[in-house]
Ligand binder design. Structure first.
Ligand SMILES: *Cc1c(COP(=O)(O)O)cnc(C)c1O
Length: 371
């Protein structure tokens, strides 16, 4: 008998998404070629309670645009958490700026505000914070440090859509925020991203940079005349149509993630390890249920993945500290990141996963650690 694979993540697609995309592909051309893009930007900004939103082809592109619009230049230092997806950091390199890796907190696995302070130098211009796996960063402390040292804050909320800090949406608190709509994320446009901000100057700059440097303020007869060169990270109208449907369902999509996480909490209650942490005054949207085993347990991560593969369960490892990659310089003083990454695993949480499937995953985990 062939077992059905339990994937780690995949989108939730209903008739609503199909009807929106059908409409875009049938009618969304010519004078209507941007309608879904404008609608998606408006709807997303409204959900985030942010003033401006710029849809992009990826979150990586949105980060690149945001850093440039926030004035980050070659030679500047940008503080980043040591544990995150590489896409947080690559745009820093595109600009020729230098990522400075900072350790994480033991409970939320997000960047440690105290360690940010000790990493600041006269060259530091920005802090990128990452709401890892849906967990929420200590935004009050981080915004205060940014104010004290005159730094800008970019929230990489690719994994934090629907998470909240003191009643505010993750991604809406810093100088700018970015999200990903890759097919593994809480909502999808196939591939895609978005930049949100309350700062009109930042928004206008990002918009020009995203249109080959073309400035809408130039006169009509200067349509193909650019004052500076730019980039093109535009989202297509077809993708935006999918986004319009998904954002209508966003509360349902986030609630489903929370329900799945609660199943894991219940079924793994006796495990010697820690799942995603939710501080008081925050809401965790639990994009990816993650389990970090206690140090007392000798956990052989590779053997665990073999067992998963055999049972057709898709599990993933916790991120390596980025500073441990060969393209960067080791930063072993980031003790927490280096101490715990090898004990962490991500668990399946696609919206349509059943309780039975979650039970199967949990049985595998228990079977493995009880040997
Ligand atoms: C997924 C992800 C990104 C990149 O998103 P893309 O849309 O694939 O460019 C960036 N940062 C984090 C933390 C992510 O998880």
């Amino acid at each position: 008998m062939s077992l059905k694979i339990i994937p780690i993540n995949k989108p939730s697609i209903t008739e609503l998404e199909i009807s929106y995309v059908n409409d875009a592909i049938s009618t969304g051309w010519g004078e209507k070629c941007n309608d879904y893009i404008y609608k998606f930007q408006n709807d997303f900004a409204e959900y985030q309670q942010s003033k401006f939103a710029l849809a992009t082809s990826s979150c990586t592109g949105a980060i690149h645009l945001a850093l440039m619009a926030l004035g980050i230049k070659a030679g500047d230092e940008v503080i980043v958490p040591d544990i995150t997806w590489i896409a947080t950091v690559e745009p820093v390199l595109y600009i020729g700026a230098k990522p400075v890796f900072v350790d994480i907190l033991r409970d939320t696995w997000c960047i440690d505000p105290e360690k940010i302070k000790t990493a600041i130098t006269p060259k530091t211009k920005a802090i990128i914070v990452v709401h890892l796996y849906g967990n929420v960063c200590e935004m009050d402390e981080i915004m205060q440090i940014a104010k004290d040292y005159n730094l800008v804050v970019l929230e990489d909320a690719a994994e934090g859509l629907g998470s909240e800090y003191k009643g505010k949406k993750a991604g809406s608190i810093g100088d700018a925020g970015v999200f990903s709509f890759h097919g593994t994320k809480t909502m999808t446009t196939g591939e895609g991203g978005i930049l949100v901000t309350n700062n009109e100057t930042v928004f206008e700059k990002a918009k020009v940079l995203n249109d080959h440097g073309r400035n809408p303020k130039d006169p009509e007869n200067k349509m193909f005349w650019m004052r500076e060169y730019g980039y093109k990270y535009k989202m297509s109208n077809l993708q935006a149509a999918l986004g319009c449907a998904q954002i209508r369902r966003i509360d349902e999509l986030v609630e489903k993630k929370r329900q799945i996480f609660n199943w894991y909490t219940t079924l793994l209650s006796n495990i010697p390890g820690q799942l995603n942490f939710e501080q008081t005054d925050t809401k965790n949207s639990y994009w990816l249920p993650t389990l970090v085993f206690n140090k007392s347990l000798i956990f052989k991560r590779d053997s665990f993945f073999e067992l998963c593969k055999l049972n057709k369960v898709d599990s993933r490892p916790f991120f390596f500290p980025l500073s441990s990659l060969p393209i960067f310089e080791d930063k072993k003083e980031n003790i927490i990141a280096y101490d715990m990454y090898a004990r962490g695993i991500n668990l399946p949480s696609f919206h349509d996963i059943t309780f039975e499937e979650v039970s199967k995953v949990c049985s595998l985990v228990k079977e493995f650690i009880n040997g």
